[in-house]
Each structure stands twice: as C-alpha cells, then as structure tokens.
Design a protein around this ligand. Sequence first.
Ligand code: C5P
Length: 331
Amino acid sequence: MTLTKRRRTLALLFCAVTFTTFLFNYTFRDPSSYLYKYTFRLSASSKGPCACRHCVTERDEDDVWFTERFNLSVHPLMTRDNSALSDDTFKWWQWLQAESHPANFSEVVDELFQVIPDEVLYMDAGPERCRTCAVVGNSGNLKGSQYGGLIDSSHFIIRMNQAPTAGFEEDVGARTTHHVLYPESATDLDNATNLVLVPFKTLDLQWIVSALTTGTVKYTYVPVMNRIKANKDKVLIYNPTFFKYVYESWLEGHGRYPSTGFLSLMLAVHICDEVNVFGFGADQDGNWHHYWEDNLLAGAFRHTGVHDGDFEYNVTQLLADKQKIRMFKGR
Ligand code: C5P
C-alpha cells in the first residue's frame, strides 16, 4: 500500500469512529430523539406487556395524561392484607353516605373474610397473558345493537346493578362473569358469576355477610334485599382505597363519587389486557334510559345528582381516543 493510500484509509477510519461516537452520544442516548424512540419501541414490541394485540398497560412515554393517572400498585379488590384503610381514606369513605354509627371496621372485615374467600386475584399481568374484557353499562343505546355475540366472546363480562340479560341476549349477551352491585342496587345472580360488592359504608360489608348467611340486615338508608342468591365463594369486594384512587386520580374529584359504570370500567382497566366498553352514554336521540326500560325519560343514572356524567364520559372517550379501550356506542 502506498503512503497516500494508507493515509486515506486512516482518515476514513477516523471519520467512521467519530461519526459512530456522535450517533451514539447524541442520538441513542437522548430519550427525546426520534431514533432512540424508534429503536426502543422496536425492541419493546418484540415482547409486549401482554399477549393481546393492544395492551392497556402499553406505556407510551409521550402520554403524560395516562401515565400520571394509571397506578397498578393500588389493588382493586380487597383482601385481609390490604383491607386496612388510611385515616384519610376511611374519613372520605365514611363521608360518602354519611354513616352515623358505624360498627368497628376491622372486626367487620374479619367477619367478612370468614364468609368469603381471601385471595389476591387477577394481578398476574405479563407478556403471556391476554385477558379480554367487556364492560357492559346499562344504557338504552344497547337496544337493537346486536352486540350480544361480541360481548359473550370476551373472557370477562362485567355487568352492573339491575342489568338483566334474559330477553336481551342478542343485544347485551348472555354470559356474566362479574356483576358489580351495592346493597341498594342488588339483584340475584347465578352460581357461576362473581358478585363484586362496591361498599360505600361499613354497613354494606355487614349486609353482604348477612345476605349470604342469616338475613338479619334488611335496611340501610332504604329497604334492601335481606338475602341474595349468589355463590359466596365468588364474592369479591371493591377496595375502598381503589375507590378513592379512581375518584381522585381519574375523576379529579368531579361529582360526589364515581358511578357504578365508571368504577366497573376502572376495575377492568386495571385487571384486563384488552377492554371493550358497551352501553355507556345516551342513545342516538339523546335519551339516558336503561336498555330494559321503555320509558325514555327515566335516565336513573343521569338524574342521581351525585355523579358527574359528562366528566366521566369525557375521560372514557379520552381512553378510547388513546386506544386504551374500545367504545361500542350502539344505537
Ligand atoms: O343506571 P345504572 O347506574 O344502573 O347504570 C349503570 C352504569 O351504566 C352507569 O353507572 C353508567 O356508567 C352507565 N349508563 C350510561 N348511560 C345510561 C345508563 C347507564 O352510561 N343511559
């Protein structure tokens, strides 16, 4: 090799090393650079946070709105271990329905877990899991929707309050894996369904114990079912700490407290990988009735005065816009 050729090779080598060092330092190490993000996403997508096509937990560093709200460390369901409430949470929770002479909370919890199972459930998210969930609200927009088959094809089907299926299967489906209710909205369930109790007061925990055993609690602030048909080995309790987290982080304190529909949606967002939402919002003519009601002016949910329906709907819509959930708007 002549001297000039050797010099040229050395110069080329020097340029290549300088360029590579520059690229590494200023491109791949800078998290805001396009190349960094592209490379990061490519490697992340080879093994995503779940085995579904879209995962609720897919993190997008650019999505500050979602990242600031979503917290997987607050368990949605109560166990003996997570049942202790902070003073703040207890005060807030007791304030919801202004219970005047509550029984001793930890004694009631103790009694509760002698009747129902004490298990940590559903906190098994991972790259091998694809749990699809249908959250079925009670809106009249389900009428004539023909969503039944789609709803029934999910792993979890979450319904709430009075929600009947008999006679409405074509539009709302026939299967229910989880039924979210509270004493004043309770209805009998079949043996295969998980009853998810949303407690608003200590008496609600006493009610479920009673409704599954002696039947002594007959009245809260209104008369309630003193016995309920439900499988006591499938009863789950919505954790008051999670309840408060939903209210503060997701609803930013709007309304007095979240609606059953929003609480159910948040349960799904935290225990499912893919969430499809049905039966939320008004129908195409602006009516807020239930799908089993003929009275278009009923709109029970809309008229309670304790929920901020518009704010809840906007958050739900935003989750859909960000492809965290899918909304099926019916008719
Ligand atoms: O009326 P109810 O509370 O039983 O309905 C359950 C949930 O379904 C509500 O909390 C609300 O989120 C949703 N819903 C709705 N639009 C309706 C009726 C109910 O979004 N017209």
